[in-house]
Ligand binder design. Sequence first.
Ligand SMILES: [Zn+2]
Length: 379
Amino acid sequence: MNRLKYFPTQDYSFLLDENHYVYDYFENEGSLHIYIKSKEHGCCCPICGKMSHKLHATYRRKFQDTPIRCKQTFLHANVYKYDCENPDCEGKVFMEKLPFAKASQVRTDALNTLIFAVSMFLSNEGASKVLALLGVQISNDTIQRLYDRIEFIDNPDVEGIGVDDVAIRKGQTYATAIYDLKDHHLIALLDGRDGEPLKEWLKSHNKVRLVARDRASAYASAISEILPDCVQVADRFHLLQNLLEYMKDIFKEEMPAKLYLQGGRVSENAPDKILREKAPDNSWLDSLHYDNTPPRDSDGNELFYDNKRHDLNSAQYQHHEEMRKKTAINPGHTGILGQTKETTAKKYRRNVWNIITDSKEISGYDPRRSFSFGQSQSL
Ligand SMILES: [Zn+2]
C-alpha cells in the first residue's frame, strides 16, 4: 500500500494577509470564488482609536481580485461592524477596515495596481482587451475613472524639488511636472511650461531650498525671481544633452556636408567612378554544353516549328481582319445616347443604381454621372 508522502494543505492564507483565512471556495467555468473571514474579532474605532469587541452586525463584500490561472477571481469577505465602546466617542458604529481594499472599493488594491501597470502602456480600450485575456473584467471607461481619481499629494514643507517639462501631446501641449527630490513622487502637475504657473506654485512653497531643473531659461528666471536664495542644479541628463547639442553645432560648422571614404582615406571630393563592362563568364557558359543546332527528324531533315496560328500573314488571320473592319462600331463610342464608352466599373455602378432605385425614371438622374450612396438617399 502506497503511503501519501505529502498532505493537501487547507491553509490558503498565503493568498491573503495573515489576519484572514479562507473558509470556502468554488470554481466554475469562467470564475473562481474565494470566501474569506478575518481571524480577529475586534477592531480599533477610526474616530477615538479605542479597541472594540462589541459586534454590531456582519455583512458581505465582494471584490474582484488579481486573477488566478487567468480566471476571473472574486473575494467574498465577511466583514464585521462594531459598536464603539467608548461613551465619549462621537462615532457609534464603525466598519472593520480591510487591508486589501478601502471602503466602497469593488476591486482589491492589488488588482488596481495590475490594471494601472497594464494600461500605462496601452490605450484604455486596448488595456481592457488585454486584461480580459488575463482574467480581469474591466471596461475602458472604468480604467479612465481610475485614472481620473488619482490625486497628487502636495507637501507645502517640501525642501528639495525636481522640475521638468512633460508633453501631454508632443509638440502641442506641455505641462510642468514637480517632483519631491526625496522619494521622487509627483507632487504637482502645472499647465504650460513658460514658468508663470511655477512662480505661483513656488509662492505657496517657500521652504524650497534646492531645485533640480532642466536647462529651460523660463524655469531658471522663475526660480531666481521668487526664491533668490534657492540653489539651482542642472541635472546630469540635461547637461549631457546640452553638451551633445553644442558639439553637433560645432561639427556641422567645421565639417563638410559630405565625406567620402576610399581605400581607408577620407576625402571631401567624390571619387571617380570606375566603369567596368559586364561580360558573360565564358568558362561557365561552356560548362553548360548547350546544343543550339536545329532539331532533325529520323531522315536527317530539319524540323520547323509550326506557328501557323500566330502567323499574322496567314490567310485565316487576313480574313478575320477584313471581317472585323467591316463590322466595327465607331471606336471609342457605343452610339447609345452619345455617351462615351462605359467602362466596366461604370456599368456595374449603373446596375447597382437600378437595383437600388428599381426604376430608371427618377428626375435629376444623370447616368453619365457617377454617384455615391449618400446622394441616392437625398433624391
Ligand atoms: Zn470611537
